[in-house]
Design a protein around this ligand. Structure first.
Ligand code: IPE
Length: 267
């Protein structure tokens, strides 16, 4: 049986303090890394592509310089380098933590190898990611500042990178760990969790999620769900789960294939 390919994202809200500029959550990061290490031991064949968001690192700079709207003036380009540096700084924190926790991680920086067109990923080579997986390593991608053929520059979210890589890697599962228990019907009240969202029913669910759309430069929960539903429709056999990485053990359980609370996205 071919080994399962799983994409796991650790959301920016989980690994950073979103209310304070460039502030990571080192204890949480250490725990998450430990859970990943445990899952890799428990599931030896696991081929894991790890992604992480940018939280209070890239988002704050990107908002300030409106990088997602395009990059043209010298000031815009200064902003682009600031976003790049912030995203890079957090990635370094993550890769250092992974190394310290015994996870053999290697960075694949979208800013170095991806190109956007009108804000969408047009190119990003997949060969280094395959090679890393074949070597038994964990390739790490992340939300980053990326050059754009038409707009100069822009922002690639982790979900955009995942959606692009999925075209060649065909993961069986994409796990999105955030600070919330899943997608709520009544955000920000957070009382009604949606156990599943079907692509066919998306238009009725969509207006309910609009409340969380403004929270970050890559469009908050709304655009993440939309990106994943588009991907599910394209892929033969893909499950997506949005769940809380804040609950101890959840990332390990999710990677090991256990059932847990969250929002499942389906065809
Ligand atoms: C955002 O990436 C990238 C930047 C702002 C540089 P993501 O969309 O993957 O990050 P989070 O999870 O929302 O923080």
């Amino acid at each position: 049986m071919p080994k399962e390919v799983v994409f796991l994202k650790l959301g920016g809200s989980l690994i950073t303090d979103k209310s304070r500029a460039r502030t990571a959550r080192p204890e949480t990061i250490r725990r998450l890394v430990e859970e990943i290490a445990q899952a890799r031991k428990a599931v030896p064949g696991l081929r894991l592509v790890l992604g992480h968001g940018s939280g209070s690192f890239g988002h704050m700079e990107a908002k300030k310089f409106e990088t997602a709207e395009g990059v043209r003036s010298a000031e815009d380009w200064r902003g682009f380098t600031m976003v790049w540096a912030a995203a890079d700084q957090l990635n370094r924190i993550m890769t250092d933590a992974l190394a310290a926790g015994g996870v053999p991680a290697v960075r694949i920086a979208p800013s170095s190898c991806a190109i956007l067109e009108e804000g969408r990923i047009a190119e990003m080579p997949v060969a280094p990611v395959w090679s890393a997986l074949d070597a038994g390593l964990v390739p790490v991608v992340y939300g980053d500042a990326v050059f754009d053929r038409t707009r100069g520059g822009g922002i690639a979210s982790t979900e955009m990178v995942f959606a692009h890589l999925a075209r060649s890697l065909h993961p069986q599962r994409i796990l999105l760990a955030g600070i919330e228990r899943g997608v709520f019907e009544d955000y920000p009240a957070r009382e009604v969790l949606l156990p599943r969202i079907r692509a066919a029913g998306w238009e009725t669910v969509r207006p309910k999620l609009e409340g969380s759309a403004q929270t970050d430069v890559t469009g908050g929960m709304l655009s993440k769900v939309q990106e994943m539903l588009e991907l599910i429709l394209r892929e033969e056999n893909l499950q997506v789960l949005i769940f809380s990485g804040e609950i101890e053990g959840n990332v390990r359980r999710a990677l090991s294939g256990e059932t847990l609370e969250g929002t499942r996205l389906e065809k």
